[in-house]
Design a protein. Structure first.
Length: 271
């Protein structure tokens, strides 16, 4: 059983605190704990939110945990699904990238960000998302880094005091976080997944992100016993800090309505 954060699917917080200097840091980020939610509901809700945005719409980070599902990017090759009878559904989506797996024990952070307002290029947003994941893992004495030409975060050699050197060496190069985005009208959706403590067996049924033989691990594999909610909040704070140049302070409760999931059409992708 996964350690979910769920108090309520509509629980809402604001990660507050903007820079005094006018610019990209003037926009706070709303954090929504959406809970354990079927992938299609989150997918439809992201597109609906993005279609309804105005220049005044506040950026949001959604923290979600999905039941088992494979997702295939817009230009993804279905042959990267190696076992067609796994019993896990496959959903084709409009993000960049190839095939990946989502399941209980994995944090999904969806980033609904107005890039134009924050004066962010897509590549810079990707870099900042990756940096947020690296920073989050570092707080648990896990060493991870980027890999050229392969978006996501990978286990690297341990250097920090307290890190489990043996486990890092054993799983060096393994993927621990995946990233894929969609940009429409200058605004992003989809986001990043971080493996906390999950059943990794389904990753063996695919070429993760299109790479044959790529090992996928979670934080538990590397010796970290951490709760889903604690890691999720840490990741959200780091993401808010990176995308909005906000202080990485604790989220504060904020009342607000839940977002309704309604289907919407879309085109184009990026990663």
């Amino acid at each position: 059983m996964s350690n979910t954060l769920l108090d309520s699917p509509s629980e809402i917080f604001v990660i507050a605190g903007a820079n005094d200097t006018p610019g990209v840091g003037d926009y706070s980020v709303t954090l929504r704990w959406r809970g354990l939610e079927p992938y299609q509901e989150s997918f439809d809700a992201m597109r609906t939110f993005t279609d309804a945005r105005t220049p005044e719409t506040q950026d949001e980070i959604w923290l979600v945990e999905h039941p088992q599902v494979f997702t295939l990017g817009l230009a993804g090759d279905p042959t990267h699904l190696l076992l067609g009878d796994s019993g896990i559904p496959l959903i084709k989506v409009d993000r960049g990238g190839q095939i990946t797996y989502h399941g209980p024990g994995q944090i999904i952070a969806y980033l609904l960000v107005d890039l134009r307002r924050r004066k962010l290029m897509v590549r810079e947003l990707v870099r900042r998302i990756e940096e947020a994941v690296i920073d989050t893992l570092a707080t648990y004495n896990l060493a991870a880094d980027r890999k050229a030409g392969a978006p996501g975060i990978y286990v690297t050699q341990a250097t920090a005091e307290g890190a489990n050197v043996r486990l890092h060496e054993q799983h060096e190069g393994a993927k621990i976080a995946a990233l894929g985005l969609k940009i429409r009208n200058g605004c992003s959706y989809h986001g990043v997944s971080l493996n906390v403590k999950m059943d990794l067996q389904p990753f063996l049924a695919i070429n993760p992100c299109g790479y044959a033989g790529l090992e996928t691990v979670d934080m538990a594999t590397l010796g970290v016993d951490a709760g889903w909610r604690d890691v999720a909040l840490m990741l959200a704070e780091r993401l808010a800090h990176q995308i909005g140049e906000l202080p990485a302070t604790a989220a504060q409760p904020h009342d607000g309505p839940a977002i309704q999931a309604v289907a919407a059409a879309s085109t184009g992708s990026t990663e």
